[in-house]
Ligand binder design. Structure first.
Ligand code: PBE
Length: 277
């Protein structure tokens, strides 16, 4: 459904971190933009759904990751240069789509390959390339989006590292860690800021062939929305520099392991950092 006038819609993708960040943006704009109808649409099905909604104008804002923009949306080759990746997505989204990347929030949530500690010991795994010799004895389980991301997901992982798993399983992103912990599969795609990595004793294997680019989070905003409401930019840029990798992991831990609501975690963070009263 198209938006009515004077309405701003904020979205997020289907995992806790994205929902927490979307909620922070929603809370800030709701409190600070007067006479605007600010709406929240958390937990959209995938990167593609969130991005298509922004492109089509049904959504104004959502948190996105630089590497995802570079590789998955713009279809450009991966780079390990953090600043260059940010500048590329910033320039190209503005040029091609009239969508702006605001300032990076300050943490990198990269895809990673993780195994339970016992599996790492048994098969002597410390880096992803160690999997090549043993992958045919192991089952890989991952969330659906990982399997369809051609250049930074499962297909790229297989070809870059020469892997060939015994079989694969797709599983909802929220159930992945419990499933790997209960040995339904032995290898999974993780997100490096996941709080559940701590809870389930998983070892992240080193990406020794540099498959994954940096994935720094930043707010994406439609340019026409910024023109109508220029205050959005300084308001959302207040998040910049406030959340590093460790802080984001702690916030995710509160939601995924301690089962606090993503609403409460976002609001408490803003209040405790003086961003919201
Ligand atoms: N990430 C890492 C991905 C999924 C894993 C958060 C950068 C993304 O949402 O694009």
């Amino acid at each position: 459904t198209p938006k009515s006038g004077n309405t701003i819609v904020i979205g997020s993708k289907n995992f806790s971190e994205s929902i927490v960040l979307g909620n922070m943006m929603y809370d800030l704009l709701k409190a600070k933009l007067k006479h605007v109808n600010v709406q929240n649409q958390p937990n959209l099905a995938s990167t593609l759904v969130a991005w298509t909604s922004v492109k089509d104008g049904q959504l104004d804002i959502y948190p996105e990751y630089t590497g995802t923009g570079l590789v998955d949306i713009l279809k450009k080759p991966a780079s390990t240069n953090t600043e260059q990746v940010y500048q590329t997505v910033k320039q190209e989204y503005a040029r091609q789509y009239h969508v702006d990347w605001l300032d990076p929030i300050g943490f990198n949530n990269t895809y990673a390959v993780a195994v339970p500690k016992a599996i790492a010991h048994k098969y002597h795994l410390t880096k992803i390339s160690d999997l090549a010799a043993v992958s045919s004895q192991l089952v890989f389980g991952g969330d659906p989006e990982f399997f369809i991301r051609h250049d930074d997901g499962f297909p790229a992982l297989m070809s870059k590292y020469g892997l060939n798993f015994q079989s694969t399983r797709q599983i909802d992103v929220g159930l992945k860690y419990l499933a790997v912990a209960s040995d339904q599969f032995q290898v999974t795609d993780a997100y490096s800021t996941d709080g559940a990595l701590i809870r389930y004793n998983l070892v992240v294997l080193q990406d020794d062939k540099h498959l994954f680019p940096p994935y720094y989070a930043a707010p994406l905003v439609r340019e026409d929305t910024l023109k109508a409401y220029p205050e959005i930019k300084p308001i959302l840029n207040e998040l910049s520099g406030k959340i590093n990798n460790e802080t984001m992991k702690q916030l995710n831990y509160q939601v995924d392991v301690q089962h606090k609501s993503a609403d409460d975690v976002a609001r408490q963070f803003l209040v405790s950092h003086g961003l919201l009263s």
